[in-house]
Design a protein around this ligand. Sequence first.
Ligand SMILES: Cc1cc2nc3c(=O)[nH]c(=O)nc-3n(C[C@H](O)[C@H](O)[C@H](O)COP(=O)(O)OP(=O)(O)OC[C@H]3O[C@@H](n4cnc5c(N)ncnc54)[C@H](O)[C@@H]3O)c2cc1C
Length: 368
Amino acid sequence: MGRVVVVGGGVVGTMHAWAATRAGHDVVQLEADAEPRRASVRNFGLVWVSGRAAGAELDLALRARDLWQELGSTISGIGLRSDGSLTIAQHPAELAVMEELVAQPDADRRGVRVLDADETREQNPAVRGELLGALSCSRDAVVEPRQVLPALRAALASGGRYEFVGGRIVTHVESGRVADHTGAVHGADLVVVCPGAMHHGVAGEFLAAAPVRRCRLQMMQTEPLGERLTTALADGDSLRYYPAFDLPSAAALPPPAPVVSEYRAQLLVAQRATGELTIGDTHHYDEPYDFAVDEAPYAHLLARTESLLGRPVPPVRRRWAGVYSQATDDSTCVRIRPAPGVVVVTGLGGRGMTLSPAVAEQTLDNLS
Ligand SMILES: Cc1cc2nc3c(=O)[nH]c(=O)nc-3n(C[C@H](O)[C@H](O)[C@H](O)COP(=O)(O)OP(=O)(O)OC[C@H]3O[C@@H](n4cnc5c(N)ncnc54)[C@H](O)[C@@H]3O)c2cc1C
């Protein structure tokens, strides 16, 4: 048993704090903002198994899904709903990709099957638009991104071996200790640095040669829909995005709309527990990023949502952008050990909310 200092209060840092306390360690977690405000609270909250690459990534996602279930059943504030998802096909080539996915040997583990139009509407009666069918994934789930971190921290604190210290920018990390901007020094048997997309900060020297990049996404949230979406939703453009659909039949997918190409857009819709729809997203890699958000992809994503639901969506109440860190090789994350007793973990990409509990478990298992 020892003392672990976690740098970074996002979901990756918080899941490492959880895994470390579970392994019997005392944990101090240091976060630059008074309350985390970055990728982990700007996302859809989708725990997304359906699109994961076959093999190690799917194995990790399934382990993470089990851990989310365990966490969700004991920490109700996380807001875990095992709703599953529907990826809607509006073109025969999209349906063909879905048919090919469910013919793969890992289809049962993913919990995927293809539904016809009537079955799709039966599973999610709010889907009243023109459609040919859908890929249903029973293993996909949703959590409440604004609630997950405070809920996890409260549960950790109740165990008496965890302390969260917000408003501390860690300025130096070495074996056995970290220092923050107030001059305070925190001794540690293990330091876990989870800086998210802050690649040039305290972890900059460790990440300089790492295979990692950043991606900026645009998001929005409507007013409450006024009816329940019984599943999360995705559109056919998501078939170009997730690695599970990298199958021979994908070559016949229709060309994307110009706005989809320009903004690398796909539609994902997650309903919040309070009824609002979180809608996204776009993908932008070239830096420096614009500080403004663009209207063109928002108009497209709203039109797509309305074409799936077959009704107008409520007015948009909030728009924002978020940036995540993404490994550029085949790894599920970037995990570096620059010095004894120091590990840096980031680069989980657009699957960080999904994979974080299993990645944290792996980090702790590999160190013991
Ligand atoms: C718009 C958007 C939508 C997404 N949707 C999903 C989704 O639905 N499902 C999914 O699985 N994934 C999704 N993702 C990806 C997921 O959100 C990220 O992979 C994940 O949140 C990364 O968590 P993190 O803890 O590494 O980073 P962050 O959430 O960025 O947290 C890093 C934290 O470290 C702190 N920090 C950095 N440097 C220091 C320092 N020197 N001292 C102290 N603190 C420091 C920062 O202040 C920050 O709070 C999405 C991402 C975005 C941006």
